[in-house]
Structure formats: structure tokens, C-alpha cells
Ligand binder design. Sequence first.
Ligand SMILES: Cc1cc2nc3c(=O)[nH]c(=O)nc-3n(C[C@H](O)[C@H](O)[C@H](O)COP(=O)(O)OP(=O)(O)OC[C@H]3O[C@@H](n4cnc5c(N)ncnc54)[C@H](O)[C@@H]3O)c2cc1C
Length: 288
Amino acid sequence: MIPRPFEYHVPRTLPEAIALLGELGDEAKLLAGGHSLLPMMKLRFAEPGHLIDLGKLSELKGIREVASEICIGAMTTENELIWSTLLQAKCPLIVEGARQISDPQVRYRGTLGGDISHGDPGNDHPALMLALDASFVLAGGQGKRVVPADGFFLGTYMTLLEPGEIMTEIRIPVPQAGTGSCYAKLKRKTGDFATAAAAVTLRMSNGAVSDVRIALTNVAPTALRAAAAEQSLLGKPLDEAAIAEAARLAMDVCEPVADLRGDIEYKTAMAGEMTRRALTTAYSRAAH
Ligand SMILES: Cc1cc2nc3c(=O)[nH]c(=O)nc-3n(C[C@H](O)[C@H](O)[C@H](O)COP(=O)(O)OP(=O)(O)OC[C@H]3O[C@@H](n4cnc5c(N)ncnc54)[C@H](O)[C@@H]3O)c2cc1C
């Protein structure tokens, strides 16, 4: 299908983009990689009269370490995440997650900021961000604010982003040395979204779990943390029984919808299985 006609704007600076967004209001949509927005426009689920292309804003690009955080510009593409030697060395979970997103074509265009801002529970970065305890910089007419990933995702396609705001940067605390992590994703074929997936970060100390975060993809209206599963592991050795119990508790928080990827029972079971696999692999990668 063909989208409705729209006007195309290419601001050169962030203040220019924010001003345009304020001026055009609800009629405008931000365009990043376009790999979620353009399909929706072609199906006429989204019918913006104006597109504001963020592609020329160099301040929204790049990956750098600042003090104890890794700061990633919102317009950084999936492939740039995958190729980043800084992320490979210090935050391999993002690299592992990005490598499992769709196919090479999508990864050349799709951006980290777009994947998060879209608020699609099928997208992979929301759960990765929850597991990494990330925060997001949102800039608007009133200035900038920094919000945690935990609490950012309000519902399907709904986030804390206000209409006049642009996500400019993603901040991730540098994982401590010895942290193990894993993103376990079940998909039917290359290019498909997750049937279910689990992101885990894990630290061990004196034979016991000292820190763990577990987040799930595509088994609820938003990416979600499995808080009870995390709690069940803290302070204990990570043996098979503990992992099985955490997987059971992760399944308890799932509310998937049945679709071509499976029915509710199957998707819930797969969320448990992905949790089990992610915990097992994260453990094998953690120092202990
Ligand atoms: C065939 C196919 C398979 C896919 N499979 C997966 C998958 O397995 N996993 C996955 O995670 N994703 C998948 N995607 C989605 C893909 O990763 C998209 O690129 C991503 O969801 C959106 O990023 P984008 O840069 O393309 O954003 P766009 O499509 O340009 O924008 C998406 C939405 O976010 C808003 N937006 C974008 N950037 C910002 C910003 N900086 N601030 C505020 N709002 C912003 C836009 O206005 C729009 O509403 C798939 C896409 C396709 C076409």
C-alpha cells in the first residue's frame, strides 16, 4: 500500500528538530531508520502529515564511554552497535542482542533509539535495556530529562516520551568486570520477531548470586522484568533447581497474546525456557 502524502523535513541540528516538532505538533512524526514507521505508514496505521528526519543530526550518533557509563547516540544503527569494539569489550549483551535483530538490511538502517522509542513489545532492545539498567535522555522544548528504562515502557506502542520530545541518548552503566550476560531468543526464522526471549545480567560472589537482572521480550504488552525470579536467585548458588524455579517465576509474569508464533501456553513455556538458557549461559560467562 501507499502512505498518505506527507511533507518531509530534514533539520540540521537538534534545537531545529525540537522546534519543528513543537511547531508541527501531532501532525508530525520523527523518522529514524524507518523500519517500523514506514511499514506502519504503508498500512495506514500511522498517517503523519509531516516526517522529521533525524538522519542529519550528528549529535545523535556515536558510542563512547563517559566516566562509569556507556553513552550511545539514539541514531546509532544496529550494525554500528555490533561493530563497536567498546561494546564488544565492555557490554557484549547489546552486541549479542543486536546481532539477533531481523536481517542485515534492517540492521543497516534501524536505530537503537527508534527500536526503544517505538514501544513495540516484540522489539529486542527494551528487554536488553531493562537487563542493563539503562536510562534514556529525552530532549524537548522544556530542556532535557533522564529517565530509567525501568518504568519507561507503559504499554504497547506507549512510552514515557511526551509528544514534543526526542530521545537523544541511551546511557548504560558499564557492567562490572566479571558480569556474565546472555540474550536467549527464540524466533521462527531469520527476520522474525521473538516468539519469546530473555535478557540476563548476572554477578556471582563467593559461590552465590550477588546481582541478577532478568527481562523478557514479546510475552506481555511491554518488555518486562521478572522481579520475583531475580529475588529467588539472590544470595544462593546457581544450581539447576534454582534456575528451574527462576524460570517458573518468570513464566508467572507473562501475559502473551496468541498469534501465528504460538498460543499462550506455548509462548509462556518458551519464556521459561529462554530464561533457563539465558541464566545458564550468563553463569558460564560470569567470573566465579
Ligand atoms: C522485517 C523486519 C523485522 C524486524 N525484526 C525485528 C526484531 O527481530 N527485533 C527488533 O527489535 N526489531 C525488529 N524490527 C524493527 C526494527 O528493528 C526497527 O528498525 C526498529 O523497531 C525501529 O527503529 P528505526 O530506527 O527504524 O525507527 P523508525 O521506524 O524510524 O521509528 C519508529 C518509531 O519511533 C519513533 N522514533 C524514532 N527515533 C526516535 C527518537 N530518537 N526519539 C523519539 N522517537 C523516535 C518514530 O517517530 C516512530 O514512531 C524489524 C523490522 C522489520 C522491517
